[in-house]
Design a protein around this ligand. Sequence first.
Ligand code: ADP
Ligand code: MG
Length: 238
Amino acid sequence: MGSITLEHVKKTFGGHQVIPDISLEIADGEFVVFVGPSGCGKSTLLRLIAGLEDATSGTIWLDGRDMTDQPPAKRHLSMVFQSYALYPHMSVYDNIAFPLKMANQAKPAIDAKVREAAGVLNLTDYLDRKPRALSGGQRQRVAIGRAIVRQPKAFLFDEPLSNLDAALRVNMRLEITELHQQLKTTMIYVTHDQVEAMTMADRIVVLNAGRVEQFGTPLELYRTPANRFVAGFIGSPR
Ligand code: ADP
Ligand code: MG
């Protein structure tokens, strides 16, 4: 349902090659983390997959179909950002329901999906509140709830926890990996935090200057880093 394949994807911004040439295959249901230093192209790669940026060249396959020229709405992916992008004047309920209302779904169907997502995310008691009356972690859960109700083929997270304090971040990591175990939907998770990558991922893509240095399980990266960059970045004793 949610496999993602990139074939020789390239992206140039005004003469600057941000992604020189990336090919990747992500299997349905995998939790893949893109990790690398700031400015290495993680967000750009995610935005290319989401359709928020057009690749300069190359092909993006979702679920076995060429989606390279399809707009974001046709890709059936849900993106979760660091800045929660909630509507301040709307209740939690309406924030989560928003994409379904936009899609003109029937009220009872919307209600069932919102309540189910709220249950999964421990938000049932907060549905009437406005975002300003929530903690940072709760706000991020609302943003995730809004992503869940769309029943996407994959979730794309762009540094979703960077705004949270350290203790909360550890909690939310667990919540997101538990969510993955429950939903079994493909997730791509972008972070510059090695610990986050090592603790959350089925497989990790280590990026450096728009290139894939290594793509493997946390254990593979730790035991057999492909080069000094990976070894240094992951912190293994090579
Ligand atoms: P990361 O998310 O890993 O920090 P980004 O994907 O945001 O990195 O950025 C990678 C590089 O591409 C950076 O050098 C950034 O300045 C550049 N870049 C990103 N978006 C644009 C854009 N819209 N226009 C020009 N340059 C961009
Ligand atoms: Mg980024």
